[in-house]
Design a protein. Sequence first.
Length: 170
Amino acid sequence: MSTLTNRLVGSVALKAGSYEEVEADTHANAQAVVVVVLSSLAPAVGAGATSLFSMAALLVVVLASWIIWVLLTLMIGTQVLPGNSTRSDFGQLLRTTGFSSAPGVFRILGIVPVVGWVFFLAATVWMLFSFVVAVRQALDYSSTSRALAVCILGWLVHFLLLIGFVRVAL
């Protein structure tokens, strides 16, 4: 399972082996970035955004936000809540979490009249599950609950940082 398509299918199916493969492949960083970009553009297209400027701005914010979340996850997962066999680095988490955004491509279905929001919400929840699996594999946890705790803590800190930036910007 070494092709991008197989990796995407495995990630969407929440297969731990797919995340292990991506984690180990130091050449998959660009693929992970492509997955995040596609996953980020899908809801913009699904919402009917057409401005190139707004899409470019969205990509900058999404990529910066993703990098911050990866750094937070790395710090929390390896320093605050490490498991017995936790060994991870920035690249491993970058790759696994990048591929965990693969279900986000389905958020393009938000464009479907009346029920689009259901597809959007389902894909977003699916992405969260995928992120937990990616973190579990990248941090070599034996417990999904530990990965979930790292994701929740990371999300809370990330959210507070974003609120802080928004308040400063206003």
